[in-house]
Design a protein around this ligand. Structure first.
Ligand SMILES: Nc1ncnc2c1ncn2[C@@H]1O[C@H](COP(=O)(O)OP(=O)(O)OP(=O)(O)O)[C@@H](O)[C@H]1O
Length: 385
């Protein structure tokens, strides 16, 4: 969708901002460009909508060499969101959002209707915010209007330059989550510039880690965190990259342990050969759990002694969510279900299995093989047991 072919940008004073860059962003893919200040991220982005012209190489949009496309026409195909959103101060939120479609010839009423839909999509109630002026909004709300405005003309491509850079960390995380949800729905091809590695790994399908004017590594977040290509990348992603990896590594079925399972209407298993069992209902959906202590009572059915299970997650949730759920419920394990088949119970994740999943996924990325094919060396327990 966007392809850079040996692109170089040398400014008039001799600064080489971008040096022989080649990479591709697929249709519907979100690529984050991350790196320290001055490494050429913004220059890269502005060459896509021809705010800056390269001094060498070519850039293609959907197979067309952009140097042959009129910049005004080109920019109609590309939404652009920047940190200082640049909303028109004298126009209402609704009119700000409707500006571009209106300029493109969409009738005013229709453009405003579409603008209201988009405001809703970015989490701003048009009835509450539509008639406000930009100065009557918080920083985070202004950023949302910026995103809505960039989407208004429904461009296939979005360029986002530190769009959430000017808001505090809590609002920022909120905006990132909302943006991910939005991207699931609209599936734009996105180039997203940030200097924040956390943001880059959270949002990117792939991330390009920039050194000076060059890409040091271009890969999925989990590979960049698990197997940094160079010392530079390892330094940039940080010593706590193992922790960061938790948030980009999903729980897979193969990570789960299969504990004993009982059903609600079973008689109490007085001889339960484990500390607890998972309790399922008639449809094999998760109900809760039963402790061996309660099972030993031996009279009645499981239903009377089962406890509700609060600590559960759908398969595909991140290992970080799993860890956080364990801590929140002070639970030694969490149940994992398949949301797609109405909550069918799949197995449980224990701290040991979580650690194993993380090691397995790191090794899989480093060796470029599926996670289930990794044979882990087991570490002998401290007690030798
Ligand atoms: N108009 C210009 N003339 C000369 N040098 C420039 C010009 N614009 C940018 N540069 C230089 O090109 C390099 C790359 O700049 P660029 O703005 O692309 O970096 P960046 O990675 O986006 O940085 P930041 O995160 O600070 O925005 C820097 O060394 C910068 O000083």
């Amino acid at each position: 969708m966007i392809r850079f072919e040996n692109v170089t940008k040398r400014y008039a004073d001799g600064t080489t901002a971008v040096d022989d860059l080649s990479f591709e962003v697929g249709e519907g893919e979100l690529v984050t460009l991350v790196g320290p200040s001055g490494c050429g991220k913004t220059t890269t982005m502005k060459m896509v909508n021809r705010l800056i012209e390269p001094t060498g190489g070519r850039i293609f949009l959907d197979g067309d060499d952009i140097s042959g496309i009129d910049p005004v026409q080109l920019r109609r195909r590309i939404g652009y969101v920047i940190q200082q959103v640049g909303l028109f101060p004298h126009k209402t939120v609704l009119d700000n959002t409707a500006t571009v479609p209106h300029l493109l010839g969409v009738k005013r009423a229709k453009a405003r209707e579409r603008a209201a839909e988009l405001l809703d999509l970015v989490g701003l109630d048009p009835a509450t915010f539509g008639d406000r002026y930009p100065e009557q909004l918080s920083g985070g709300q202004r950023q949302r209007v910026g995103v809505a405005r960039a989407l208004a003309a429904d461009p296939p491509v979005l360029l986002m330059d530190e769009p959430f850079g000017a808001v505090d960390p809590v609002v920022r995380e909120h905006l990132q989550n909302e943006f991910l949800r939005l991207q699931q729905a609209v599936r734009k091809t996105v180039l997203f510039v940030t200097h924040d590695i956390e943001e880059a790994v959270r949002l990117g399908d792939r991330i390009a880690v920039y050194g000076h004017g060059r890409i040091e590594q271009f890969d999925t977040p989990s590979t960049v965190l698990g197997a940094p290509a160079t010392e530079y990348v390892a330094d940039f992603v940080g010593a706590d990259r193992g922790l960061k990896r938790l948030s980009v590594t999903p729980i897979e079925e193969g990570d789960l342990e299969q504990p004993p399972v009982v059903h609600l209407d079973d008689p109490l298993p007085a001889d339960l050969d484990a500390r607890w069992a998972v309790v399922l209902d008639g449809e094999n959906n998760l109900h809760g759990w039963l402790s061996a202590e309660h099972a030993r009572v031996g009279i009645g059915t499981v239903r009377e002694h089962a406890r509700r299970m609060e600590a559960w997650l759908p398969v595909g949730a991140s290992l970080k969510q799993a860890f956080s759920t364990m801590l929140q419920h002070d639970a030694g394990w969490i149940a994992v279900i398949d949301e797609k088949s109405e909550g069918r119970f799949l197995g449980v994740l224990t701290p040991a299995r979580l650690h194993e999943a993380l090691r397995r996924s790191t090794a899989a990325d480093a060796r470029d093989i599926p996670r289930e094919d990794v044979e882990l060396e087991t570490v002998a327990s401290v007690t030798g047991a």
